[in-house]
Design a protein around this ligand. Structure first.
Ligand SMILES: C[S@@+](CC[C@H](N)C(=O)[O-])C[C@H]1O[C@@H](n2cnc3c(N)ncnc32)[C@H](O)[C@@H]1O
Length: 212
């Protein structure tokens, strides 16, 4: 998307909440990879999708600053819950600081650790919606792990699935992130347990529905 078109879109959709603007600013000043944050457009889309799906239980894999978690939580009904998992314990203070300042923060439980260790601890509990936004090298393995925990008719969203267009390019032999995304997209295309559609939003957001 061109810069001007993006500016136009952002001027014609709901405003970014002040707390999330502040988080974005802090991410740009203090963090190494601020572009990993979902941002204004995707944040508003996540909130809207949550309001459409009306999930009771949501799981997010990859919290980073908590931007997408707060956007998802904003759309949740009062008695609904979001569990979000972040492997990097250095992010914990920032995440908790922002969650505590938002009225939606009370709907979020942060789990600090590796998603592959934490997901099995949810036991028999099912999720109505899952947002996959962690290490691109692990996308297929994460998807397989978490699909078991999604109820039939439930939704998964996978972020960055066009990977800045790199999915179309020849991959360097050591570019494991691009390889991970390409493998995920190829396997998902053949996966008849689910329905799927890719939105060319930012660098690709795949919407997946587990069949009944
Ligand atoms: C793209 S960022 C998440 C951005 C956030 N969801 C947002 O949209 O604002 C990816 C995050 O996933 C975390 N991560 C990577 N592998 C993980 C794993 N196995 N378990 C939990 N978190 C993981 C990284 O530490 C990083 O903070």
């Amino acid at each position: 998307m061109t810069g001007l078109l993006e500016e136009y879109i952002l001027a014609h959709i709901d405003h970014e909440p002040e707390l999330l603007r502040e988080m974005q600013r802090e991410a740009h000043v203090k963090l190494l990879h601020p572009t990993m944050v979902s941002g204004h457009l995707q944040g508003r889309l996540l909130k809207m999708l949550v309001q459409m799906i009306r999930p009771a239980r949501v799981l997010e894999i990859g919290t980073y600053t908590g931007y997408s978690a707060l956007s998802i939580a904003e759309g949740l009904e009062d008695d609904a819950a979001l569990h979000t998992i972040e492997i990097d314990d250095e992010m914990e203070d920032m995440i908790r600081r922002y969650f505590s300042r938002s009225p939606s923060g009370k709907r979020i439980t942060l789990h600090v650790g590796d998603a592959f260790e934490i997901i099995p601890r949810f036991g028999d509990a099912y999720f109505d919606m899952v947002f996959i936004d962690a290490d691109k090298r692990d996308y297929w393995k994460l998807y397989e792990t978490v699909l078991l925990k999604v109820r039939k008719g439930g939704f998964l969203l996978a972020d960055n699935t066009l990977w800045h267009g790199k999915v179309l390019e020849e991959t360097e032999s050591n570019d494991w992130q691009t390889k991970g995304i390409i493998a995920f997209n190829d396997k998902l295309a053949d996966d008849d347990r689910v329905e799927k559609v890719i939105l060319p939003l930012r660098d690709g957001l795949t919407l997946i529905r587990k069949k009944k």
